[in-house]
Design a protein around this ligand. Structure first.
Ligand SMILES: Nc1ncnc2c1ncn2[C@@H]1O[C@H](COP(=O)(O)OP(=O)(O)OP(=O)(O)O)[C@@H](O)[C@H]1O
Length: 282
């Protein structure tokens, strides 16, 4: 008894498959957006309420079920009020189309940011000024931004250098860049517990690896002892980068238009997601 493969590839099955893929993608994008933000706690709360609602419904607890219904109904309105700024930003982004494609404007901004970073890296590396610069990618870093001093300043080499000058109030900790702005300085990043990190590296590098373990952020580290430039991303520590190396790397990660292999559009991100999770060994 053979399988009739042709019956599997009907238009109906194909649309079901696309349906499932789109829902997966939306859930994945949402998780990436919410990770590391205050919405995570809220999401946990919502899941608990939904589980309680289902349980009370099964057990026939009418009163509890009614109370949970009220919480859910009013909770939706509450969420809209609490997250009004985030919702507005999201809708504006959607309206500009930047959720689905990177714009020319974004590429120019990224190039400008890389130029500013390059100026600062060169200056600090030559003078052995220790630095830790984390660039937010898709995962929210709000919980780490909150540990630092908020700046919300335009990125420039001069400002970055100034922040890391030793014995100044902001030099200790990390600078976090978010949406082409220096969101905060002197931020505390999570320290990695990995024993794969070379022993000669201290806490600055451990913090850079740490943030790459819990988010998809890109972090640049300049060693105070050697002036060595390293980059961490997705659990990887790239050491001893020359100017050419880090410029090439930063462009490949931050300017997707120039590097179509990078997962930036929603379609290419979907492909990379499925390759990563279902594609087997690399
Ligand atoms: N959790 C952290 N979050 C942010 N910054 C941190 C954290 N831990 C340490 N740092 C920064 O690293 C500095 C200490 O660096 P340390 O000398 O231990 O690290 P290192 O990796 O050996 O770097 P270097 O080669 O520059 O000495 C601190 O002064 C602080 O600015």
């Amino acid at each position: 008894m053979g399988i009739d493969w042709s019956s599997l590839f009907t238009l109906h099955n194909l649309s079901n498959l696309i349906d499932i893929l789109v829902v997966w993608l939306i859930i994945y994008e949402l998780i990436m957006l919410l990770r590391g933000t205050r919405a995570v706690q809220l999401l946990r709360g919502i899941i608990v309420i939904i589980i309680a609602k289902i349980a009370s419904w099964y057990l026939g607890l009418t009163m509890v079920s009614w109370i949970l219904d009220q919480i859910i109904n009013w909770g939706v309105i509450g969420c809209i009020i609490i997250f009004q700024p985030e919702i507005r930003r999201g809708l504006e982004k959607l309206g500009r189309g930047s959720v689905f494609r990177s714009t020319q404007n974004q590429d120019e901004k990224a190039e400008k940011m890389i130029k500013a970073l390059d100026g600062a890296i060169q200056y600090m590396s030559k003078r052995r000024i220790g630095a830790l610069i984390t660039i937010q990618m898709h995962t929210g870093l709000e919980e780490y931004i909150e540990t630092g001093i908020k700046l919300d300043a335009d990125i420039s080499s001069q400002l970055l250098i100034n922040i890391f000058i030793p014995n100044t109030p902001l030099h200790d900790g990390a600078v976090i860049i978010k949406d082409d702005k220096i969101a905060a300085a002197a931020a505390y990043l999570p320290l990695s517990q990995s024993n794969l990190i070379p022993k000669e590296l201290g806490t600055r590098h451990r913090a850079a690896v740490g943030i790459s373990e819990v988010s998809d952020a890109l972090t640049i580290v300049i060693s105070e002892e050697t002036g060595e430039v390293s980059i961490t991303r997705n659990n990887e520590l790239l050491r001893g980068m020359t100017q050419e190396d880090y410029l090439k790397y930063l462009r490949s990660q931050l300017i997707p238009r120039e590097h179509p292999d990078q997962h930036q559009t929603i379609v290419t991100r979907a492909i990379s997601f499925f390759q990563k999770h279902f594609g087997g060994d690399k």
